[in-house]
Design a protein around this ligand. Structure first.
Ligand code: NDP
Ligand code: OXD
Length: 311
């Protein structure tokens, strides 16, 4: 079997070695060394270039080396009839749980305001902070990453509610709501709101003025999903109006975030360069190998993407 590999980003060397090692019975070709394109059976990719799929007429499935498939689904070269299998956890859930816990602690214990006071050499700002059990957290999403995040937050004493398309069984102590009504009940009580949704037509721009207005005044936003979930100008306005006290952002409409972007000037924003939850190279490669074997056996691997839903 011929597998065509391509990985964008800094981790490409480790990912390439891990995939080759995990597929000893396959001939793994590293793009652009495609050989005869019609002989490629599978692709394992992250950030494929525009001409990556050219001539791959025998392609049977694509294994996405990431959890989010929004960019892959929009790749003009990928035929809509080719199945996509994404990474399901692959080491990301634990890291995402750490990342979001950091953000929630930052908001609940008011570390951002303390950092500002520290810049003024102000020793004793009377900030006070709510106890964890009085600091409800809402999570948009109830999937692989959101469940792990919710479980970690609940263990730390936060009341946690996740929002999904349809009701879901979640870890002990975590509530789940769904649909428009569910969102309406979740927002007014969420002192921190975390976005862990896939980017789809339905979720594009969901973090907007209307949603911010429905949160309690001074709520804190954490977006670790995709930059396009957020209307950036609405966030700046909500900060100016005190609707939001701050945000932790890992993802942006334009990455890398341009040096002139207004976000850099806002002390209330904690910015990270899309590093919330990198997948582990070995875990990812092992999952690709497992998924490929399942696919060959006519089974549906766990990260199967439903193109209709968009995730
Ligand atoms: P999953 O597919 O496991 O979970 C998606 C969740 O979102 C599901 O609970 C789903 O609901 C819910 N959802 C989808 N659409 C809607 C909607 N319209 N209304 C309400 N709920 C909705 O995804 P993962 O948890 O694996 O990943 C989530 C995203 O995180 C990825 O798509 C990616 O963009 C981002 N990501 C970011 C990383 C980073 O480092 N910053 C790293 C990895 C991923 P239901 O359960 O009903 O289907
Ligand atoms: C992903 C990501 O989707 O790293 O896996 O953003």
């Amino acid at each position: 079997m011929n597998v065509l590999f391509h990985c964008g980003g800094d981790d490409r060397g480790r990912m390439q070695r891990a995939v080759i090692e995990a597929l000893p019975d396959c001939h793994v070709r590293v793009w652009p060394d495609v050989g005869s394109p019609e002989l490629i059976d599978y692709a394992a990719v992250w950030q494929p270039p525009p001409d990556f799929f050219d001539g791959l007429t025998g392609l049977r499935a694509v294994f996405c080396l990431a959890a989010g498939v929004d960019a892959l689904l929009q790749h003009p070269g990928l035929s809509a009839s080719v199945p996509i299998v994404r990474l399901d956890d692959a080491g990301m859930a634990r890291k995402m749980a750490e990342y979001v816990l950091y953000g929630v602690l930052h908001a609940q214990r008011r570390f951002g305001e303390m950092a500002e006071a520290r810049r003024r050499a102000d020793w004793s700002p009377d900030l006070g902070s709510a106890a964890a059990d009085r600091f409800p957290v809402g999570i948009l999403g109830a999937g692989t990453l959101a469940s792990a995040v919710a479980e970690r937050l609940a263990l730390n004493g936060y009341p946690v509610t996740c929002w999904a398309r349809s009701p879901r069984e979640l870890p002990a102590g975590v509530a789940c709501v769904s649909g428009d009504d569910g969102l309406r009940t979740l927002l007014p009580v969420s002192r921190a709101l975390v976005c862990l949704l896939p980017l789809t037509e339905a979720t594009h721009g969901i973090l907007n003025r209307e949603l911010f207005d429905a949160l309690p005044a001074g709520a804190f936003l954490i977006n670790a999903a995709r930059g396009e979930h957020l209307i950036e100008t609405d966030l700046l306005a909500a900060l100016d109006q005190g609707r939001l006290s701050g945000a932790l952002l890992d993802v942006f409409t334009t990455e890398p975030l341009p040096p002139t972007h207004p976000f850099w000037q806002r002390q209330a924003l904690v910015l990270t360069p899309h590093v919330a939850a990198p997948s582990g190279a070995r875990e990812s490669a092992a999952q690709v190998a497992r998924s490929l074997a399942q696919f060959q056996a006519g089974e549906r691997p766990s990260g199967w993407v439903d193109r209709e839903r968009g995730y």
